[in-house]
Design a protein around this ligand. Structure first.
Ligand code: ZN
Length: 206
């Protein structure tokens, strides 16, 4: 077993975060150390973290590498040292690692993806609501403004649930978002809009 595997199997993200001084609340949220964060917007799960503010994400080794500006290998070494894991004499738990249930792993990846897409969409809607707001009463309402007004609350509600709800409810939401390719469709659309936006920026810069 490599040092990386050993560390990841034995130290969960919330434990490491608390060990290095981050304050993790009941919902597994903490203030993000990687951007100016007034409200806790970083979600910590057992195996990964994800920041809704700046998009920082990764596993326990990535977290420590970024916190202390270390390479991945140095971060793994630091974790092993600080948590008393001896790579030559792995603790009993590591000798017979519980295999991560593949279904759960797949679900976690899906949850992170849903969060990322919802969060991107939320940011887009927030900017549309301002950017395309009617300037006068006679203005014809821009479709993007209308969409923002209709969707903002709901998307925010879903993202909140995915952050804070119990696993059972989160599973239901992820299921719902994957039904009929909803999240994939949204992801594609956001990608396309971003490309159009970039192209537009290039054009106006030229
Ligand atoms: Zn952040």
């Amino acid at each position: 077993m490599t040092l990386f595997e050993l560390v990841k199997q034995n130290i969960c993200v919330p434990d490491a975060a608390e060990h290095y001084g981050l304050q993790v609340n009941r919902n597994g949220m903490c203030s993000c150390p990687f951007h100016e964060d007034r409200h806790p917007s970083m979600k910590l799960n057992e195996r990964y973290f994800y920041c809704f503010g700046c998009g920082a994400t990764g596993d326990v080794i990535d977290l420590v590498a970024r916190l202390f500006d270390l390479s991945s290998y140095e971060a793994a070494q630091k974790l092993a040292q600080d948590f008393g894991i001896d790579p030559d004499k792995p603790p009993a738990a590591a000798v017979l690692p519980k295999p991560e249930r593949p279904l759960l792993t797949a679900y976690r990846q899906e949850e992170v993806r849903c969060l990322r897409v919802l969060c991107d969409y939320l940011h887009l809607l927030e900017s549309w609501k301002v950017q395309y707001a009617p300037k006068t009463l006679e203005d014809v309402l821009d479709d993007r403004f209308v969409e923002a007004c209709q969707m903002l609350d709901y998307v925010e509600y879903l993202a909140d649930l995915l952050i804070a709800a119990e696993l059972e409810q989160r599973v239901k939401i992820v299921e719902m978002l994957n039904k009929d390719g909803l999240i994939a469709g949204l992801e594609e659309r956001l990608d396309r809009l971003k490309k159009e936006d970039d192209a537009h920026e290039k054009q106006s810069a030229a």
